[in-house]
Design a protein around this ligand. Structure first.
Ligand code: SF4
Length: 694
């Protein structure tokens, strides 16, 4: 029950949900939060918030919250509630035994993009220093890992180029594979406002998302391409730009690597890349593609915003590079109103990548194989580090199934619901000798755990989140940890129990350590954030007030780099038995696997996942609106309620994965991006039939 009445005081903090990172004021009555109010001076939101941040915070005191550590010998035993010291000692003893028997490469961990930078830094330090391995990954693996790879190839750094307010100066906005009004609502509203003011909007998406027909902010063009054809579409846009003389030659000459540009130009100019040649692949009329390319290349300021509809493909990294090429070829980079902007899913996806959660990178995206980089961290941490890059999460799961990987520390991620091919994930979790889960609730993954370490809600955390525009925001505790222990301290205590002492007084001390070791964070501290409100990295001597827009004078890598991006069709093709293509997404009121939002009143807006299906496809199968249907792929099958409508074209169906019942990931495959292993959630060949209950 939420207390009502006049607040007695307030604490300014940051939303727990999406990558917009809205500043919110938790208004308190004594020790109770009574409401969340968007902060007018919030750098990312300027007084706005959505239905998630504003209302969906009651889960923080939900009866399902686990507040006491729990252990069990076997995963079939009942949980036994214990004190923190016993839980840490139990986990440490198990880890120690496995490390002795199988070595550090049989052990690993996953960090959480819902946790603070300080907590993530602590967990990756535990894994590298305490376990002695680079087997570390982040839940960004399953969403924006291709962004990290693709933008780094082109620009030299793995981050969006603009601040959000940059969109206010865009003349053309190209949204590809993103649904900002549902996924990033406060930014989506800002984008629509700019379109109402006169900017041209082009949407590239297999679904007719709300932006396409938004009142007074309607898209000029909607290129409703087939799922899996992004790269062919992006190459076709580039073809028009190159062959119709729309390249910004002066920008390319001054800012880009000319040899790589020449190779790319020759590749995209080939008639095989033309809109006409790929119309069969994309399903979009060539005239519309040509019109979109001309609009993008000739607008004064053209900005691209993209999301998981770009990254979660077998060619996710290729598509990110192709987007970066469009921006460089037309000179749409390095000033307000332009740029390449990944819309990050979780509130701290950017931070989890920044903090060294990838198996090949220490904090600040520094190569773990580089002896000079390792020496810096070894000197600071007092521990020799493994020079070999470690396993990615899917590789850890595969190795577990094969018996080569024995123990996993999962920090705030529900792998058994969020990752593709649930059956394979469960087989991997069952094969582990030790699974330690640190989370808020007993989710699907915790069913396979031996140790459960309760985590803190955002209202109990003291640290920072980094949003999609690289904005580091303070997360201040409105409440004391209900569990009695901060999450960073859990990692520190476990590391210490393993003989690798990790001690800090508070979150501020951890951020100070991050700043000492990470050049892009060198000027960041709690004190500076409290004075400035927020800071966008890089923030250091060269940019003491932070960096709202990247690549203004030159790219981080020097000259911008192009690479040819040939289209390779995904192996996941429709067939006679699986003739439809399933693509997955999110809705406004719910958030990811729903662990938090399902435990709030937002449930009234989205009580179950449904399957959107075109009326023609439904009629062909005798399916009525609201009827339960079986959704089957080559991997598995599940039951969902059908919703008929033309948001999806014939041949395509769509669902969300906010609820464990129905679980879309029972059917998604473990096909993945060639460069990063990011799963191909957006393309699964399926069949739909009326559910046949006995
Ligand atoms: Fe802002 Fe995103 Fe939170 Fe909504 S979910 S309030 S848009 S940060």
């Amino acid at each position: 029950v939420v207390a009502h009445g006049q607040p007695t005081h307030a604490v300014e903090t940051t939303c727990a949900y999406c990558g917009v990172g809205c500043s919110l004021r938790a208004e308190m009555q004594g020790a109770q939060v009574v409401r969340m109010v968007p902060v007018a001076t919030g750098g990312a939101n300027q007084g706005h918030a959505c239905v998630k941040g504003r209302f969906a915070w009651g889960w923080t005191r939900h009866r399902d919250r686990v507040t006491t550590p729990m252990i069990r010998e076997r995963r079939t035993d009942p949980w036994r509630a214990v004190g923190w010291d016993e839980a840490i000692a139990f986990a440490a003893e198990r880890f120690r035994r496995i490390l002795a028997d199988h070595g550090p490469r049989a052990v690993g961990g996953v960090t959480s993009s819902r946790c603070t930078n300080e907590e993530i830094y602590a967990v990756q330090k535990l894994i590298r220093g305490g376990f002695g391995t680079n087997n570390i990954d982040t839940c960004a693996r399953v969403c924006h890992a291709p962004t990290g790879y693709g933008l780094r190839q082109a620009f030299g750094t793995s981050a969006g180029t603009q601040d959000f307010q940059s969109v206010d100066q865009a003349d053309l906005i190209l949204v590809i594979g993103a649904n900002p009004t549902d996924g990033h609502p406060v930014f989506g509203a800002r984008l629509k406002r700019r379109v109402r003011q006169g900017a041209t909007l082009v949407v590239i998406d297999p679904r007719r998302i709300d932006l396409v027909g938004a009142p007074h902010a309607r898209a000029r063009l909607h290129l409703q391409l087939r799922p899996g054809s992004n790269v062919a579409m992006l190459n076709a846009l580039a073809h028009v730009i190159v062959t119709e003389g729309l390249v910004d030659r002066a920008f390319v000459a001054a800012r880009c690597d000319l040899e790589s540009f020449a190779a790319w130009e020759e590749f995209v100019a080939d008639p095989a890349q033309s809109p006409e040649a790929v119309a069969e692949i994309t399903g979009v009329a060539a005239a519309e593609v040509r019109a979109a390319a001309r609009l993008y290349a000739t607008a004064g300021n053209a900005a691209i915003y993209y999301g998981l509809g770009v990254t979660e493909h077998s060619q996710g990294s290729t598509a990110v590079m192709a987007i970066a090429h469009l921006a460089m070829a037309t000179g749409n980079i390095g000033r307000p109103g332009v740029g390449v902007n990944p819309l990050r899913g979780q509130n701290n996806v950017q931070g989890s990548c920044d903090m060294g959660s990838f198996p090949n990178e220490l904090p600040g995206y520094r190569d773990v194989a580089d002896p000079a980089v390792r020496a810096l961290f070894e000197a600071a941490w007092g521990r020799t580090l493994d020079p070999e890059p470690g396993l990615r999460l899917p590789q850890m799961l595969d190795a577990a199934v094969e018996g080569r990987f024995k123990a996993l520390f999962v920090h705030g991620e529900d792998l058994a619901q969020s990752d593709p091919n649930t059956r394979h994930v469960v087989a991997a979790l069952e094969a582990l000798d030790l699974l330690v889960v640190q989370d808020l609730f007993l989710g699907e993954t915790a069913a396979y755990a031996h140790v459960f370490l309760p985590g803190t809600s955002f209202l109990e955390k003291d640290g920072t989140f980094t949003n999609a525009e690289r904005r580091i925001n303070r997360v201040r505790p409105a409440l004391a940890p209900r569990t009695g222990r901060h999450e960073w301290r859990i990692a520190a205590d476990l590391a210490t129990a393993l003989g690798f002492p990790m001690g800090w007084d508070d979150g501020a001390a951890i951020l100070d350590e991050i700043a000492r070791l990470t050049p892009s964070f060198a000027g960041v501290s709690f004190a500076r954030l409290d004075r400035a409100g927020s800071l966008q990295w890089p923030c250091n001597d060269a940019a003491p007030d932070g960096t709202p827009i990247l690549h203004v004078e030159g790219f981080v890598r020097g000259k911008g780099r192009f690479v040819p991006t040939p289209f390779e069709p995904t192996a996941e093709q429709a067939s006679r038995f699986y003739p439809l293509i399933l693509t997955t997404g999110r809705v406004l009121a719910q958030y990811n696997v729903g662990a938090q939002t399902r435990r709030t009143d937002n449930l009234v807006w989205h009580g179950e996942d449904v399957l959107e299906i075109h009326p023609d496809d439904a009629a062909a199968r005798g399916i009525a609106d609201g009827e339960l249907v079986t959704l089957a792929s080559r991997i598995g099958s599940t039951t969902l309620r059908a919703r008929l409508g033309d948001r999806v074209p014939p041949g395509v169906v769509h669902t969300t994965f906010h609820h464990p019942v129905g679980g879309a990931n029972v059917v998604t495959t473990d096909r993945a991006d060639w460069a990063t292993g990011c799963p191909e959630y957006k393309v699964t060949a399926v069949e739909v039939s009326r559910a046949n209950f006995p």
